[in-house]
Design a protein around this ligand. Structure first.
Ligand code: SF4
Ligand code: SF4
Length: 288
């Protein structure tokens, strides 16, 4: 068994997807690594199949047209080489999971992204929510820093960063989702209270570790959108980017599309929130 700084690298984390070259997940050209599993259950999640871990129920196995799935004992096995990425399995799954997950050690993950290293500025870990695996991240980031690469975390805000100085010391910045600030609205939208996210917002600002904050603007939800944008803008000012994201129904589970609306947020509506944020001092607000 190999050890790095006294830590076993035989520990594994579930990796849903790797995008080797991305220019939308932080500065420069980056490799984005999507972890499986999330402690939130957001109605507007664009990757709802990353929320849960597969429970090996087997329901998706006979539906796979490419025979890329099989049961081995009580476990679903996915053969990546056979998979034609048709997404049938994730539509079949009722548990917000996916069988297309690879449990990798840090060493195995590094061997996959190694070939991209000469061409990237760094990596961004995302999900799901990658902060479910903080020890894995610490190992991964330490190795990336040794290779001269920067490391960003795309976080849902549930993890208490104030209690993990070791993680912060090897992380170059956090991209934090602040989806809502009104408690009832956050509870409905995400399934939990906003308090941990808002504590992280203040803590990470004080630590100069905020890379960016993101808020999804839902169409027609004026009171909630306004409250969130005002709250964030007052706090961050020009300390970091503020990404105002238009809601788009693509990828959102059908049942939630019915609740949230099947229309995307109009450009003009989102632009009005960018102007609001900028007028309150968040000079780095922009729309995507
Ligand atoms: S991905 Fe979903 S449907 Fe397929 S085996 Fe896992 S839990 Fe069952
Ligand atoms: S995406 Fe799922 S259902 Fe489609 S080929 Fe791959 S494993 Fe099979």
């Amino acid at each position: 068994m190999l050890w790095i700084e006294g830590y076993s690298i035989m520990k594994k984390a579930p990796i849903n997807k790797i995008i080797y070259f991305s220019n939308v997940d932080g500065p420069g050209n980056r490799t984005s690594i999507f972890f499986q599993g999330c402690s939130f259950h957001c109605h507007f999640c664009h990757n709802p199949e990353t929320i849960s871990l597969c429970q090996n129920c087997g329901r998706c196995v006979p539906q796979c047209p490419a025979k890329a799935l099989r049961m081995e004992g009580r476990q679903v096995v996915w053969e990546e080489a056979k998979c034609v990425q048709c997404d049938t399995c994730i539509h079949v799954c009722q548990l917000f999971a996916s069988p297309r997950v690879s449990w990798l050690t840090v060493e195995e993950l590094l061997s996959r992204i190694n070939r991209a290293l000469p061409y990237i500025e760094g990596i961004t870990t995302s999900g799901g929510d990658c902060t479910l695996y903080p020890d894995f991240l610490k190992e991964l980031f330490s190795r990336m820093h040794q290779a001269g690469k920067t490391c960003l975390i795309d976080a849902n805000g549930a993890y208490d960063f104030s209690k993990d100085s070791a993680l912060l010391s090897v992380c170059d910045g956090i991209m934090l989702d602040v989806k809502a600030v009104l408690p009832a609205w956050h509870q409905w939208l995400i399934g939990q209270a906003p308090d941990p996210v808002l504590r992280n917002l203040d803590f990470l600002l004080a630590q100069h570790k905020l890379q960016e904050v993101r808020t999804v603007i839902l169409p027609g939800q004026e009171e909630e959108n306004k409250a969130t944008v005002q709250y964030v803008a007052h706090r961050i000012q020009d300390a970091c980017d503020y990404k105002i994201i238009r809601y788009r129904p693509f990828g959102v589970k059908e049942a939630y599309q019915k609740e949230l609306g099947e229309m995307e947020t109009a450009v003009e509506e989102a632009e009005a929130y960018v102007r609001l944020a900028q007028s309150l001092g968040a000079s780095r607000a922009y729309m995507v």
